[in-house]
Design a binder for this molecule. Structure first.
Ligand code: IPM
Ligand code: MN
Length: 359
């Protein structure tokens, strides 16, 4: 298969972890006989420095002309301490999500058996945890107007949702649940928010078309407790934009490291794949960042194009690296391995299992 992939490494550790994902995709290309084309462009702080824009036209054009986007991370410390900056690296990501029309961010949270002890949760609590978050990506408080009164004393952020915004992601979530453990949890704040009441109504109505899937609706404040007390009770979690953002960061630590979790952002057109971690500028250039989230994002990309075996081969190479302790220091503080070693090991261990069975 031919796939044109736009690479947007971005800021901080983005370039280092994307380089490892590319190594793995190249190994897949060779092992399975595919043809991937990689073209790199600027986004975020790196783009602002060169072009004064967080998402330059060239980058939009490249993404729209590609089959998929592989994105690293965004954000620079100088902007974190400067809330008044008009052009912010994060704007690049918001604009890109808009330009691609992606509306669902899919974040799988599975616990690697070899890392059960790394989790802040007890092994017995963690056992069997395997869920996926479907986060809405266009609406809510992210999509509304953000204003500050002239005298600087009153700020407003408007959250709004339409039925169609809710229903398109809801159908995707139900379809995913049908293939998994057939349970959906809608996370909302319908005791307070009108948008949440709309979510509940629309999701309940749609659930009638998926009788084999069980739907539960729980409040955000309850959901975050349940995720710590009993994470294995979840299967597919459906959440509006802001709630989905927050719970996925909580979810990311229960597996042992935020450096492990990938994501896919999909819509009706080109999809984008990215680790859920940020740009971690303190680690940039030190060869210590965990490349696994970026590599697993590449595995999600392969799966998106129906390359199931190829995707599984990447995941099993990742499992092997964890088992053999070829890991970055976030996984084992004693580890002498860096970002590059881990990327090399995983890329070198991508094998076509069907071939090895017949040998
Ligand atoms: C994410 C990030 C972004 C978000 C930031 C960088 C704007 O946290 O992709 O989860 O809040 O959507
Ligand atoms: Mn986030």
């Amino acid at each position: 298969m031919n796939i044109n992939i736009a690479l947007l490494p971005g800021d901080g550790i983005g370039p280092e972890v994307i380089a490892q994902a590319v190594k793995c995709l190249k190994a897949v290309e060779e092992t399975f006989g595919h043809q991937f084309t990689f073209t790199t462009e600027l986004i975020g702080g790196a783009a602002i420095l060169e072009t004064k824009k967080a998402l330059p036209e060239n980058t939009i054009k490249l993404c729209l002309d590609s089959d998929a986007v592989l994105f690293g991370a965004i954000g620079l410390p100088e902007y974190d301490n400067n809330p008044d900056a008009k052009i912010r690296p994060e704007n690049g990501l918001f604009e890109l999500r808009k330009a691609l029309g992606v509306f669902t961010n899919i974040r799988p949270v599975a616990v690697f058996p070899t890392l059960l002890k790394k989790s802040p949760l007890k092994e017995a609590v963690l056992k069997g945890t395997d869920f996926v978050i479907y986060r809405e990506l266009t609406g809510g408080i992210y999509g509304g107007a953000h204003t500050l009164s002239g005298d600087g004393t009153t700020a407003t952020d408007i959250a709004s949702y339409t039925e169609s915004q809710i229903s398109r992601i809801t159908h995707l979530a139900f379809k995913a649940a049908k293939k998994r453990s057939k349970k959906i949890t809608l996370i909302d704040k319908s005791n307070v928010l009108e948008t949440s009441r709309l979510w509940r109504r629309v999701v309940k109505r749609i659930s009638a078309s998926y009788p084999e899937v069980e739907l539960e609706c729980i409040y955000l404040h309850n959901a975050i407790m349940q995720m710590i007390l009993n994470p294995s009770r979840f299967d597919v979690i459906l959440a509006p934009n802001l709630f989905g953002d927050i719970i996925s960061d909580q979810a990311s630590v229960i597996g042992g490291s935020i450096g492990l979790l990938p994501s896919a952002s999909i819509g009706d057109g080109i999809a984008m794949f990215e680790p859920i971690h940020g740009s971690y500028p303190q680690a940039a250039g030190k060869d210590i960042a965990n490349p696994i989230a970026a590599i697993l994002s590449a595995a999600m990309l392969l799966q998106h194009f129906g390359l199931e075996e190829e995707s599984r081969a990447v995941v099993s190479a990742v499992n092997k690296s964890l088992k053999k302790k070829i890991v970055t220091p976030d996984i084992s503080s004693k580890s002498k391995h860096g970002t590059n070693d881990v990327g090399d090991f995983i890329a070198n261990n991508i094998v076509d299992t069907d071939d090895s069975l017949t040998m």
